[in-house]
Design a protein around this ligand. Sequence first.
Ligand SMILES: Cc1cn([C@H]2C[C@H](O)[C@@H](COP(=O)(O)OP(=O)(O)O[C@H]3O[C@H](C)C(=O)[C@H](O)[C@H]3O)O2)c(=O)[nH]c1=O
Length: 185
Amino acid sequence: MNVIKTTIDDLVIVEPTLFNDSRGYFFESYNEKKLYALGIQTKFVQDNQSKSCYGVIRGLHYQIYPHAQSKLVRVLSGKILDVCVDLRENSPSYGQHEAIILSSENQRQLFIPKGFAHGFSVLSDEAVVLYKADEWYHPESERGIAFDDPSLKIAWQVDPDKRLVSDKDKILPTLEEAELNFQNH
Ligand SMILES: Cc1cn([C@H]2C[C@H](O)[C@@H](COP(=O)(O)OP(=O)(O)O[C@H]3O[C@H](C)C(=O)[C@H](O)[C@H]3O)O2)c(=O)[nH]c1=O
């Protein structure tokens, strides 16, 4: 297992070690001790899983303090473009985003610290996404930013005619309008 830095501090790709043989493959999909040794010292408390068809865009979502969540995202089947927007106050990359391909082919995982809005688009016919969170779901603290906020310039890589977004996500505010309030007081 190793980590790969991205263009945004603290947002890292986790690459598990795969053991391939004539039967198929095996890998440790989660190992708290090895993640700690790699600097991801997070105690996760909840697993989420969603299935989506091609063209779905979920996000951009986050929970505000004190329920802000770190996440560890992976793809059980299919392929997604995982997008994280840095909302951390005073971050040199505030408002910037990373877009990373996660798939059941590359078996890459993405560690997303607190302070990011998270979303993904589905690039395969279907994708099943599993992600761990280090804070429980707290609906009153849920916030979001419009996936198509022009200031973010996110290229979701899906056919606009086949885009499928929830009614809730269609009316999210832009980054400029959003309530942030992540900071650890
Ligand atoms: C997030 C969540 C949702 N729910 C319920 C609430 C709704 O009745 C139903 C679907 O929720 P929602 O439409 O918010 O699901 P997504 O659009 O996939 O939301 C997720 O999308 C992006 C990619 C994220 O990173 C977030 O973790 C999460 O917000 O599940 C729960 O019961 N527990 C939960 O932790």
